[in-house]
Design a protein around this ligand. Structure first.
Ligand code: NOJ
Length: 761
């Protein structure tokens, strides 16, 4: 302990003056001198060590890892969140030849100890303050556990719900995803990385992971540069502009070249065009996979290709230490390239304040019991964000909100599942601390005895699905009772109740990494259960728990009311009860279109018009459409109901603007129902004629307004010249004079528009 203190003091005195809030030119110069000096003392071996990020486990036991750390062969550790181990590792790092502290990383994707809704849920809030709360609490909890960096936010644009990782991102839209990503970066990293509560963010997966062909995991992507720069690259850029100091590279190939080997992407775009000066981390196993991709002949070649492309840090490193020194000796890569990558890592450590106090986030008093204690959770914040994430999809005859005096039958395989409600990527959370819907409902009603419960059906009758879900550990339990017996039990309690609330959807493991689907309907076992419940004639509330848009046209018809709740996290059950009983008036809006059927995919609101748009002119059958299916999504982007209704109208401050002026959009909103509620006013733009085809509309703003019954309010947006820019026919980012349509509405189908002209001068 004394030694630890002495060392801390040494580092503190050594560089105390270097940590002002904002680095001015003097501190920048001092940082440079400090790092130059350090680099000049490091062997090539140690420099390579800084580029290695490993996780303890498997062959790499803790004791082996400690020895490697002390030898200066490891720069960072990920996947350990057990404090006594972290302190030990830091202690050994400070015994390494140049006493370079290590950093600790973890996937803090949607919460840490307290689990917040999955990110598709967080995006459904369309509420900047809710997004900020989730990010801020996550960072506070993670840094209290000793972590320095996270592999978040994930801002891949996702328009194909067959891909399981749509659950991790913020949906289909560049603007909404950029806003969420920006807020994550700002709230997690804080003003200065040297803040004790600052968690360095890693924007991922750079790039285009969400555009994998066919929604099949790890598949290839192919896209025009215009679409990339106009839509898919926008959120990564926004996160980088917000200051994200780390970028994770996607596992897939981009226009034929794996991102990990893609010099254009990692160096020309990221470094040279965007001036990114942080660290570039490969994804897990990505360097070895370059051999399978067919761009490297063997592991050594894969290391060469990755370094040449611009990778700094190798996640779960297998080969850097083995091959980089050899490659440098042979001249296949230069020591300058390794110095550059190492400098990025050292600069990050310096800015994190690790050199001044390597123990700044560590707390040796934090034993395992304390770590998981309930009083370390932020339940209130989690409940608030969770209820804002819920989207009301249907409410026939205002069956919701329910009275707390009714007899309620809670039915379905997800009603009482503590594991599923946390969603994927919730490694530091604990299922036993989560509130299930059944628990939440029982707590909320006047008499818990008025709530009856039946499991009703397994999530699926497909044994293969269970094998897939339970491959590594048993996460999804199978009830071995005959299916008909379970349904009969459910029908029995439904008949005795006033209303049936059915919890159906996906197991959390069905919406995760490596969980692509071709069929997005509910599993047959659940469909059978719902049919039987419908037959009872009792009002049916379908509560969905899932990590992606599903195809739900049958259930939409069956349901009297329908709620999309995603996977809501630790406080999910309470949040669902808040909405069911009207203690919170639902305000969520969908961040992704829900297809009517899989054949429509990709279906997204911001498509191009085509030469033969559907339904706008009488062109007989020769229009862009399917003849065997509805042509619209079941639920459009931005859609979500409330227990009240809102009316809106709007005006533009001018019908013309130029480079130096702006247009104010004034929206009058009135609550025309009889409950207080929040409405998200959505602003869309269409550039009517340009040198390239432009989307039918694009979201460029949104604001929330809360109004009491019959109250009126106003929302203002300002359209600025820069918001009219796009990548033109010459791939220049410009605004072109001409006509623009402005749409205001409560979802992306709005046709309520006004027009203005951008003048030439
Ligand atoms: C692989 C995933 O693709 C990535 O998103 C994650 O951050 C890393 N594993 C680390 O867990």
């Amino acid at each position: 302990m004394m030694k630890k203190l002495a060392l801390s003091l040494f580092f503190l005195i050594f560089s105390m003056h270097l940590f002002a809030q904002e680095p001015d030119s003097e501190t920048k110069a001092e940082k440079r001198v400090f790092i130059d000096n350090l680099l000049s003392k490091m062997t090539l071996q140690e420099k390579v060590g800084q580029l290695r990020l490993v996780s303890v486990g498997g062959d790499l036991t803790l004791s082996k890892a400690l020895d490697q750390i002390e030898a200066g062969e490891i720069g960072g550790i990920f996947n350990t969140v057990v404090e006594p181990d972290l302190s030990q590792m830091q202690e050994r790092a400070l015994k390494s030849p140049n006493k370079i502290p290590i950093y600790f990383g973890f996937d803090v994707i949607h919460g840490h100890r307290t689990v917040f809704p999955i990110n598709l849920g967080i995006a459904s809030t369309w509420d900047r303050s809710a997004i900020a709360k989730a990010a801020e609490v996550s960072a506070d909890e993670a840094t209290s556990d000793g972590l320095n960096i996270t592999w978040a936010p994930m801002v891949d644009i996702t328009r194909d719900p067959r891909w399981g990782r749509v659950s991790e991102g913020f949906g289909e839209d560049p603007y909404l995803s950029s806003e969420a990503g920006r807020i994550f970066v700002e709230k997690m990293q804080k003003q200065s990385l040297s803040d004790k509560k600052s968690l360095v963010t890693t924007v991922k997966h750079f790039a285009l992971y969400g555009a994998v062909e066919g929604g099949r995991e790890y598949n290839s992507t192919d896209m025009s540069e215009r679409k990339m720069f106009q839509e898919y690259l926008v959120p990564y850029k926004a996160a980088i502009d917000a200051g994200s100091r780390s970028v994770m590279v996607s596992l897939v190939s981009v226009n034929g070249i794996p991102a990990t080997a893609n010099h254009w992407l990692l160096t020309e775009v990221l470094r040279n065009q965007w001036h990114f000066d942080g660290v570039v981390v490969s994804d897990h196993g990505a360097i070895r996979e370059l051999i399978n991709h067919g761009v490297a002949s063997d592991p050594k070649d894969a290391v060469r290709v990755a370094i040449k492309a611009g990778i700094d840090i190798s996640m779960n490193d297998e080969y850097f230490l083995q091959f980089i020194p050899e490659l440098v000796k042979e001249g296949a890569i230069t020591e300058e390239e390794i110095n550059r990558a190492c400098r990025h890592v050292l600069e990050l450590k310096y800015d994190m304040g690790l050199f001044s106090d390597p123990y700044r986030k560590l707390d040796p008093k934090l034993d395992i019991e304390t770590m998981f204690a309930d009083d370390r959770l932020h339940r209130e914040e989690a409940r608030d964000v969770a209820r804002r994430s819920i989207v009301l999809l249907k409410n026939a005859n205002e069956i919701l909100p329910l009275s707390k005096n009714k007899k309620i039958a809670v039915i379905g395989p997800l009603s009482d599942s503590k594991r599923d409600i946390l969603g994927s990527w919730s490694g530091a959370g604990r299922a036993n601390l989560a509130v299930t819907p059944l628990e939440g409902i029982k707590r909320a009603v006047n008499n818990p005895k008025s709530v009856s419960y039946a499991f009703g059906a397994n999530l699926s009758d497909d044994a293969n699905l269970y094998r897939f879900l339970n491959l590594y550990e048993e996460t999804t339990k199978f009830d071995h009772r005959p299916a008909d017996q379970m349904i009969a039990e459910a029908v029995g309690i439904a008949k005795k109740a006033d209303v049936v609330v059915a919890f159906v959807g996906e197991a959390e493991g069905m919406a995760h990494e490596s969980s692509s689907r071709t069929d997005l309907s509910l599993q047959a076992s659940q469909k059978k259960l719902l049919k039987a419940l419908k037959k009872t004639g009792k009002p049916l509330v379908i509560v969905l728990m899932n990590g992606r848009p599903l195809t739900l046209s049958e259930e939409y018809t069956q349901a009297d009311a329908m709620l999309e709740t995603w996977f809501l996290g630790t406080e999910g059950g309470n949040a669902i009860a808040d909405v069911l009983f009207g203690d919170y008036n639902p305000s969520g809006k969908l961040p992704m279109s829900f297809p009517d059927n899989v054949g429509q995919i990709p279906v997204y609101y911001s498509h191009l018009n085509t030469g033969r748009p559907r339904g706008t002119e009488n062109m007989g059958k020769y229009t862009t459409s399917y003849f065997d299916s509805p042509n619209e999504p079941l639920f459009p982007f931005g859609f979500g109901l409330s227990y009240t209704n809102f009316a809106m109208d709007f005006s533009l401050s001018s019908s013309e603007m130029n480079k130096n002026s702006e247009i104010v959009v004034n929206v009058n909103v009135e609550n025309i129902g009889n409950k207080e509620g929040m409405q998200t006013v959505q602003l869309y733009l269409q550039d009517v004629t340009a040198s390239v085809s432009r989307p039918v509309k694009e979201l460029i703003g949104f604001e929330n307004i809360t109004l009491k019954p019959h109250e009126k309010g106003e929302v203002k947006f300002v359209i600025k010249y820069d918001m009219l820019k796009f990548w033109n026919d010459k791939m220049q980012y410009v605004a072109e004079p001409g006509k623009f349509n402005v749409f205001i509405g409560s979802d992306s189908t709005t046709q309520d528009k006004k027009t203005f002209t951008l003048l030439d001068k």
